[in-house]
Design a protein around this ligand. Structure first.
Ligand SMILES: [Zn+2]
Length: 577
């Protein structure tokens, strides 16, 4: 009789290919699905009864910033609580390699301002920083415990600083610098990088360096990015993330440029849908379709339907408007001074642009006051939006906002819904062949983000609204994305595929409408993070091992580094460490 490590019996299998569900069993040995069908004969070390449950592939999340968090939270929560079993890190051009010793602090500060990962936490976890090159960083990642699988881009900001230093902000690369950068990209790909990532938003990126200057890749000549992208054309491997677009900010020709130069898939950010910019996603979908007619492979990602919870002591997305950069970077005391200064408020009224901020935390009118925190005269408005408070008060929105900020000494808590369009719009966007649905931004913006898009899509768009089938959604959350990026033998429940699965109760899957505040962030800065647990998920399984059972972590860390070079090469790279 065949012996398996694990046998999942009697579940309803949705295999991630889009084909119809069926009742059946899944047999797993050595982290791989070795048998799947209506009835699998055999015995196993571990037999799991999945009667009445959905058995589906683990979810792939292509846009995260867990580069730091995985060092203190190997499970990359909350995403893995919600069925995510593989994530891509190194997004948006940010990361920790390659790095000269004297640039380490700068790279950590960038991750601090751009992605809001507390610098004190980074300094703590990277006390023993012992890598310089990207291959050395990949070996480091291979050596640490991981609850889920990681894939990583080579971040272009790190590359530019490594080779060109500050000059990368002011001029194009010389022929020699370009030769070196191409060689480093090639070496990174050999070491398992999945491609390269950058933002190119000029001075309109929602985040900036501590001194207010744009990140190198935001302002570096685009022709150099095209030439670098040519490396992937020569290899016929890999893909690119190009953050070039948001409502009111449009450098999509750069995404087109790298798609043309590389001939590889380009993941353009971001498509929305944003309720505050209702025409944006339609425009992006039409553009990608036109690009496809020209033979370019451009994909985009939806903003996951998330909410934010924050105090403006920490929140940084106002930086998309240059006027507010100084405010965002100020100390709490200085912020209180700004908020009490009539001249600042008058200038702010002129600078405020709800369209541009719609994609960066939402127009301020939509902020809901959760707790007034000492701004006692506003306590009666807790639970209502700033727009409604303004109307009730008969004053200008910014007079009200800054009054609350000053009186609460910046501590007032807000909730905003920048990216929750109606369900029909979401379903239409997700269904588009050029949309890749997984993009939580997990591991970034620790104090105000932490949603649970995968379970939300299942419970909201499939079960409650009936706008997508479960087969369709699981295809888009795993199999389709794996196919687009060239991730070999992952993303489907098939014989010979890696055993990454989520097993859940369709009737109860979902999540609370409030994030958990988790105080596990290292360092002495008193930092915290937010994450959303899932309800209704029985098991999350990575490489054949259960990492969460009924929402509780098991302590095992079966996650691996994955590349686009195939499982055999990944195994060889792993063994070489
Ligand atoms: Zn990002």
């Amino acid at each position: 009789m065949t012996h398996f490590d694990m046998l999942i019996r009697g579940g309803t299998i949705v295999d991630g290919s889009g084909s119809a569900r069926f009742q059946g069993d899944v047999g797993i040995t050595d982290g791989v699905i070795t048998a799947i069908g209506p009835s699998v004969d055999g015995e196993a070390d571990e037999v799991m009864d999945a009667t009445g449950l959905i058995v589906a592939p683990g979810v792939l999340d292509l846009h995260t910033h867990y580069d730091a968090q995985v060092h203190w939270d190997p499970y990359c929560t909350g995403q893995s609580w919600n069925g995510v079993t593989s994530v891509v890190i190194g997004n948006c051009g940010f990361g920790y390699a390659p790095a000269h010793p004297e640039s380490r602090e700068q790279l950590m500060l960038m991750m601090g301002t751009a992605e809001q990962v507390p610098v004190s936490a980074q300094r703590e976890i990277f006390k023993h920083w012992d890598w310089e090159t990207f291959p050395e960083w990949m070996d480091h990642l291979r050596s640490i415990p991981k609850g889920i699988n990681l894939l990583s881009y080579l971040p272009v900001n790190a590359l530019l600083i490594y080779v060109m230093g500050e000059d990368s902000r002011h001029r194009a690369a010389t022929a020699e610098e370009m030769r070196v950068m191409k060689q480093l990209l090639n070496e990174a790909m050999d070491a398992g990088a999945v491609g390269m990532s950058f933002s190119h938003l000029s001075d309109m990126n929602a985040a900036k360096e501590g001194d207010g200057s744009p990140f190198p890749a935001d302002i570096h000549p685009a022709e150099d990015l095209y030439e670098l992208a040519g490396v992937l054309r020569d290899r016929g491997q890999g893909f690119i993330e190009a953050f070039t677009n948001a409502p009111g900010v449009d450098f999509r020709e750069v995404a087109e440029g790298v798609a043309r130069a590389s001939g590889r898939p380009v993941i353009h950010n971001l498509a929305g849908p944003w309720p505050s910019a209702p025409d944006h996603h339609g425009d992006i979908l039409a553009w990608m379709t036109r690009c496809a007619e020209e033979g370019l492979q451009i994909y985009s990602q939806p903003m996951e339907p998330y909410w934010l919870e924050f105090s403006l002591e920490y929140f940084n997305s106002w930086e998309r408007l240059p006027f507010f950069v100084e405010f965002v970077h100020a100390s709490v005391e200085e912020k209180i001074r700004f908020a009490s200064d009539p001249q600042f408020i008058e200038d702010a009224k002129r600078a405020y642009n709800p369209l541009i901020l719609g994609g960066a935390g939402g127009p301020w009118e939509t902020y809901v006051l959760i707790t007034a925190h000492g701004a006692t005269e506003y306590e009666k408005y807790e639970g209502t939006s700033l727009g409604e408070i303004t109307e009730a008060e008969g004053r200008h929105m910014l007079d009200v906002l800054f009054d609350i900020l000053a009186k609460s000494r910046m501590q007032a808590e807000w909730k905003s819904f920048p990216a929750i369009s109606d369900a029909a719009t979401y379903a239409e966007v997700i269904r588009h062949p050029h949309m890749l649905v997984g993009g939580s931004d997990g591991g970034a913006h620790l104090t105000f983000m932490g949603g649970s898009w995968s379970t939300q899509f299942i419970s909201w768009l499939v079960r409650d609204e009936g706008l997508l089938t479960l087969e369709e959604l699981h295809h888009r959350m795993s199999g389709y994305q794996a196919e687009v990026i060239g991730l070999d033998r992952r993303g489907l429940l098939r014989q010979g595929y890696a055993a990454d699965l989520m097993v859940y109760d369709y009737d109860t899957i979902g999540g609370p409408d409030k994030t958990l505040v988790i105080r596990d962030v290292p360092g002495d800065g008193g930092a915290f993070r937010r994450a959303t647990p899932a309800e209704g998920i029985r098991w999350v399984i990575v490489n054949g091992k259960v990492i969460h059972e009924n929402g509780k972590s098991t302590g095992v860390t079966p996650g691996r580094m994955l590349s686009v070079l195939g499982p055999e090469t990944d195994a060889r790279l792993r063994e070489a460490v």
